[in-house]
Design a protein around this ligand. Structure first.
Ligand SMILES: Nc1ncnc2c1ncn2[C@@H]1O[C@H](COP(=O)(O)OP(=O)(O)OP(=O)(O)O)[C@@H](O)[C@H]1O
Ligand SMILES: [Mg+2]
Length: 253
């Protein structure tokens, strides 16, 4: 087989993933139903859907933070369903950079320390950790702020620090859950343009969770989840009404 015919290994491959949570009153609630997703290296994908549709549950599974109830999840071709907690922590640290809505920065550590955090488990000498963190802060345009603390920065700057931290470990994937949710629209746009740049210039695969179409439109592909099921998976449609119609169609079933 010539190289061109070889199929790339998906970065993320979810095969018939189901997820249920136990209910306090007994029994369980199924939140994800037969989710099939393949994401190829270098894609910029938005996982979109209304509140409570199962986006974060899906992200937690993709990020190896939570296990599916059934189905197979392969990260870079490796079945992680059967991994131990330690193995999962290693996989997360090696492959995934997380960006959260509320930045999740350590308030008592300065910006440089925050960015160095994921490098702690890499066995790198301190001098290398520092130079890598400095390089990342420069990349996000915050090299002048190394000694600042998170409270001294604006929301948009905090999110850029979080992106620098996510990039420090040289991840294959950036997983971002509502990354602009705590920002005003100007700062939000700035962060989204930044994601676009990371994707186009560095080829990093980006998986972004959002409930807003305008935000999802920055991606190249939208996976729309409704009531725990995928109702649309394709390029960004011209209008949100396409996604709404897909929801209505699923609702009638
Ligand atoms: N740890 C948990 N235990 C029990 N139920 C949960 C748990 N996490 C999520 N759920 C339930 O799963 C469903 C989907 O939740 P999820 O957080 O994935 O939605 P979401 O699409 O991310 O919503 P939002 O846009 O509000 O963040 C909800 O009904 C929620 O109550
Ligand atoms: Mg959520």
């Amino acid at each position: 087989m010539c190289v061109r015919e070889m199929k790339q290994i998906p970065v993320v491959s979810l095969d018939k993933i189901n997820k249920s949570f136990p209910l306090a009153i007994g029994g369980e609630q199924q939140v994800l139903f037969d989710i099939n997703i393949d994401i190829q290296p270098g894609e910029f994908v938005a996982i979109m859907g209304p509140s409570g549709s199962g986006k974060s549950t899906c992200m937690n599974i993709i990020g190896a933070l939570d296990a599916a109830t059934s189905g197979i999840y392969k990260l870079y071709g490796r079945d992680i369903t059967t991994m131990t907690a330690d193995e999962l922590a290693n996989v997360r640290n090696e492959y995934i950079g997380f960006v959260f809505q509320n930045f999740n920065l350590l308030p008592k550590r300065n910006i440089l320390d925050n960015v160095m955090l994921p490098l702690m488990y890499r066995g790198l000498p301190m001098s290398e950790r520092i130079s890598r963190a400095k390089e990342m802060l420069k990349f996000v345009g915050l090299d002048k702020f190394e000694t600042y603390f998170p409270t001294q920065l604006s929301g948009g700057m905090k999110q850029r620090v979080a992106i620098a931290r996510a990039l420090a470990g040289d991840p294959k994937i950036i997983l971002a859950d509502e990354p602009t949710g705590a920002l005003d629209s100007k700062m939000g746009n700035e962060i989204l343009k930044f994601f676009k740049k990371l994707n186009k210039d560095l080829g990093i695969t980006i998986i972004m969770i959002t409930h807003e179409f305008d935000i999802a439109s920055y991606a190249d592909r939208i996976i729309h989840i409704y009531d725990g099921r995928i109702v649309y998976d394709g390029p960004v449609p011209k209008s949100e009404s396409v996604l709404m119609r897909a929801e209505q169609k699923a609702h009638k079933k």
